[in-house]
Design a protein around this ligand. Structure first.
Ligand code: FAD
Length: 449
C-alpha cells in the first residue's frame, strides 16, 4: 500500500477523532486508508500480533460513537473502497464495497429499475458499510424492513487477519449458524466488512405523500397503530413534534408547510406501489380514518418538488434541533401501540428532571428519537448528572416492552445502559462471541460492553 495512504499528521488525526455523536473526541495514533481486503488483512495480522487497537470507520455519521478510536491505535477508513462491483439484474442483487455512499448505491440500482430500500436520513453521506455495522433503518423500514433484511452475504476480514465469506448469495439459507446476521449490527466489533451482497427489489412506480397535523401529540401516536390495524402498510410513517418542525422549517428556510402553534405534531405518511388509483384510494381511506383522531387539515404533496421539500423537513430535523441545543438524542423503540404511553412518559420525565424535550422519528416502527435540551454540557459521558435521567427513560422504554436503540447502536455512549435490557447471562453470551472472533480484543475495543 505504501506510505501514501498512512497518515500520522494532526490534521488527519483530528478529522477522524469525532463523528456525529455530540461532544466526543478521541484521537487515533494513525489513520490508514486501504484499498483491498488483503491490505486490511495484513494490517490486522500486524495489529493482532502487537495488540494494537483498530477502529473501523465509514463516513463518521454515527450517533453512538462507534467509529471513535476510544483507545487510540489504528483507524481504518473505508473511503477508498468505494466501488459498486456488480449489479446483477438477473438475480436482483448488488455486490458493493463498503465505502459507497448509500444514496449513490440507491441511485445506481434505480437506473436499472431496482430498489434498495433502507434509507437512513443520512443517506446522502453515510456509507453502506457503516449501515451494515449499525443495522440501520430509516423511513422506509416500516414497509420494507431494515438493512438486515437485504444482506445476503459478506466478505469480512477477521480481527486475526483471515478473510472469510459469511454465507452465500442466496435468498434462503439454512446452513449452519447465520454468520451474516451476526455481523450485521455488530458495530465493527467482530470483523471488518470488505464486500457486501445485497438483495434488491423492483422499484415501485408511484408514491403519494401527505402531511397530517394533530392537535394532540398522544392522539398522533394513537393514530399510528390505528392505520396498521385498519389494514394499511404505508411505505413511510414519520412523526414530528411541532417544536422540532418549527426549528427545522426555520433552519432550512422552508415555507411549504404552514406551521402553527395550535398543532402539536404532524405525521408524514407515504404510500407506494405500481397502481396509482389504488394508492389514491388508500390515501383517502387513511385520511378518513385519521379524522377520528383530532387531526387538522391534511396537506397533500402535489408534485416532486413538494415531496422533496417535505422530506427535507423530516430528514434535516436531527441536524436542526441539535444546533438549537437539543444535544442528546436517544433512539428508543417500543411496540407500535405503546407509542402514546412512551410520548406521555417522556414528557413526564422532562417535568421531573427539568429538561426540554422534542420527539420525532419513525413512528410506524415505534422508533421514537427523543432529543433532550438542558442547560450546560449534559452529555452522559461527560456529566454523570445526566445518567439518572437516561436510566429513567430507558426503564420506561423497557417497561413498555421496548429497547434502548432501534437503529443507532450502542457504541460508546449507551453501553452503560445495557443492563437495563439484558441479564448478566445474555451479556456474557455476547462477550463470549466477541472473544471467539477477537481473542485479543483489538477490534473496536470499548464498544457495546
Ligand atoms: C443527520 C443524521 C441522520 C441520521 N438518520 C439515521 C436514520 O434515519 N436511520 C439510521 O439508522 N441512522 C441514522 N443516522 C445514523 C448514522 O448515519 C448511521 O448509523 C449510519 O449507518 C452510519 O454510517 P457511517 O458510514 O457514517 O458509519 P460510521 O459512523 O463511520 O461508523 C458506524 C459504525 O460502523 C462501523 N463500521 C463502519 N464501516 C465498517 C466496516 N466496513 N466494517 C465493519 N465496521 C464498520 C464503525 O466501527 C462504527 O462502529 C443518522 C445520522 C445523522 C448524522
Amino acid at each position: 500500500m505504501g506510505h501514501e495512504f498512512v497518515f500520522i499528521d494532526d490534521e488527519n488525526r483530528n478529522h477522524y477523532a469525532h463523528d456525529e455523536t455530540e461532544n466526543l473526541h478521541f484521537l487515533p495514533d494513525v489513520v490508514i486508508k486501504p484499498k483491498t481486503a488483503q491490505q486490511i488483512s495484513e494490517i490486522m495480522i500486524l495489529c493482532n500480533d502487537h495488540k494494537i487497537p483498530v477502529t473501523p470507520r465509514g463516513a463518521g455519521t454515527g450517533l453512538s460513537g462507534g467509529a471513535l478510536p476510544f483507545h487510540a491505535g489504528v483507524l481504518i477508513s473505508f473511503e477508498r473502497m468505494n466501488s459498486i462491483i456488480e449489479i446483477d439484474e438477473r438475480n436482483l442483487q448488488v455486490t458493493t464495497e463498503p465505502g459507497v455512499i448509500t444514496e449513490v448505491l440507491q441511485n445506481a440500482v434505480k437506473e436499472k429499475g431496482l430498489f434498495y430500500p433502507p434509507d437512513p436520513s443520512s443517506k446522502g453521506s453515510c456509507f453502506i458499510g457503516g449501515n451494515i455495522a449499525e443495522n440501520s433503518g430509516g423511513p422506509k423500514a416500516v414497509k420494507y424492513g431494515v438493512v438486515k433484511d437485504y444482506v445476503l452475504n459478506l466478505e469480512v476480514v477477521l480481527p486475526t487477519g483471515e478473510i472469510i465469506w459469511t454465507g452465500a448469495n442466496v435468498l434462503k439459507n439454512a446452513t449452519g449458524y447465520n454468520l451474516t446476521q451476526l455481523l450485521v449490527g455488530s458495530e465493527g466489533t467482530l470483523g471488518l466488512v470488505t464486500k457486501i451482497v445485497l438483495k434488491l427489489i423492483p422499484f415501485p412506480k408511484h408514491d403519494l405523500l401527505m402531511l397530517v397535523p394533530f392537535n394532540n401529540l398522544e392522539k398522533a401516536g394513537e393514530a399510528v397503530s390505528a392505520i396498521f390495524r385498519a389494514g394499511f402498510t404505508p411505505s413511510a410513517l414519520e412523526l414530528i413534534e411541532i417544536d422540532a418542525l418549527k426549528i427545522v422549517s426555520k433552519f432550512v428556510d422552508s415555507t411549504v408547510v404552514p406551521v402553527t402553534d395550535e398543532m402539536a405534531a404532524h405525521l408524514i405518511i407515504e404510500v407506494d406501489g405500481n397502481h396509482i388509483d389504488t394508492l389514491m384510494n388508500e390515501m383517502e381511506a387513511i385520511a378518513t380514518l385519521l379524522s377520528d383522531f383530532d387531526c387538522g387539515e391534511i396537506f397533500f404533496a402535489d408534485d416532486a418538488q413538494q415531496k422533496a421539500e417535505l422530506w427535507k423537513l423530516r430528514r434535516r430535523a436531527a441536524e436542526a434541533v441539535k444546533i438549537d441545543g437539543y444535544t442528546i438524542e436517544e433512539d428508543t423503540v417500543v411496540p407500535r401501540a405503546e407509542l402514546p404511553k412512551l410520548i406521555r412518559g417522556v414528557k413526564e420525565l422532562g417535568m421531573k428532571h427539568d429538561f426540554k424535550v422534542v420527539c420525532y422519528g419513525h413512528a410506524g416502527d415505534g422508533n421514537l428519537h427523543i432529543r433532550i435540551k438542558k442547560e450546560g454540557n449534559i452529555y452522559s459521558l461527560h456529566n454523570p448528572a445526566v445518567i439518572p435521567i437516561l436510566r429513567d427513560l430507558f426503564k420506561l422504554v423497557k417497561s413498555l416492552g421496548g429497547t434502548i436503540s432501534g437503529e443507532h447502536g450502542i457504541g460508546l455512549i449507551q453501553k452503560e445502559f445495557m443492563d437495563i435490557v439484558f441479564t448478566p447471562i445474555e451479556i456474557e453470551l455476547m462477550r463470549g462471541i466477541k472473544k471467539i472472533f477477537d481473542p485479543n480484543n483489538i477490534l473496536n475495543p470499548g464498544k457495546i460492553f
